[in-house]
Design a protein around this ligand. Structure first.
Ligand code: SF4
Length: 250
């Protein structure tokens, strides 16, 4: 069984060769100190929210990072409904931070980890904390594999119909005095069927590329150069996709 994440689906769609280098040949990707700092902040925020959800004290972390404490306080202030459970419905509500959901599709194992899942008898919300600013346009995040896969997995592994679930991204890192912002995506049967179809086609291609790579050493296809993805890709030299102007710079 081959494990796949939403991030890997994104890479396969953007450039199959990048998936080959990164995940079959395990060539290391580089992370700049600035990216690393953002990743660390993000994982600490997620840990903090998980601790808070299970009732562990979080004051110590907040004391160490007052900026993070300010973001948590602003989130609780802006979206109290996420944190206060109505006593009347609390017995019928399932809440879990870092809720894991897995599904086998063709020969692939998918796992989604929901930052927070709030499930009631007739509705369920997937909550995801994002530690970067809210994008100006929502289309990209709406059509991202994270949104599509997370919603798909929940329907496939529960009794909810697509129309009963939603996914909300909260952009929690504050810029100045701005309050945290959110983007909510609803779901329906047509989207669910489309995701199933797209996933089926993408995985069929992946299986074929993997087989050709194993059997005959054939490389995965490269993205068309006109897409300009290679300019910022760490494998540009390996793929001979460095532009001539970059090559003659000594
Ligand atoms: S350099 Fe271009 S072709 Fe090569 S892996 Fe990166 S995006 Fe794909």
């Amino acid at each position: 069984m081959f494990r796949l994440s939403q991030n890997q689906l994104k890479i396969i769609e953007e450039c199959p060769r990048k998936f080959q280098h990164g995940y079959l040949e395990l060539l290391a990707s580089t992370t700049s100190p600035e990216q690393q700092e953002k990743l660390t902040w993000g994982s600490q925020f997620h840990l903090l929210m998980q601790q808070r959800e299970i009732g562990l004290p979080i004051e110590f972390i907040i004391k160490q990072d007052p900026d993070m404490g300010r973001c948590v306080a602003a989130l609780i202030d802006t979206a109290p409904e996420l944190f206060v459970t109505d006593l009347e419905t609390s017995n019928r509500t399932f809440r879990q931070a870092e809720h894991r959901c897995t599904l086998i599709f063709q020969d692939y194992l998918f796992t989604a980890i929901y930052d927070l899942l709030i499930a009631e008898p007739n509705a369920a919300q997937i909550i995801d904390w994002k530690t970067y600013p809210r994008p100006q346009k929502s289309e990209r995040i709406c059509h991202s594999w994270q949104t599509r896969l997370y919603l798909y997995l929940l329907v496939e592994t529960s009794d909810y119909s697509p129309e009963q679930i939603s996914m909300t991204y909260w952009f929690v890192q504050l810029r100045g005095e701005e309050a945290p912002q959110k983007l909510t995506f609803t779901y329906d049967r047509a989207q669910h069927d489309r995701t199933k179809q797209d996933l089926t086609q993408l995985l069929q291609k992946l299986t074929q590329w993997r087989q050709q790579y194993i059997d005959r050493g054939e490389f995965f296809p490269q993205v068309d150069i006109s897409a300009h993805r290679c300019d910022s890709c760490q494998f540009a030299t390996r793929c001979d996709r460095i532009s001539s102007t970059q090559k003659i710079r000594f």
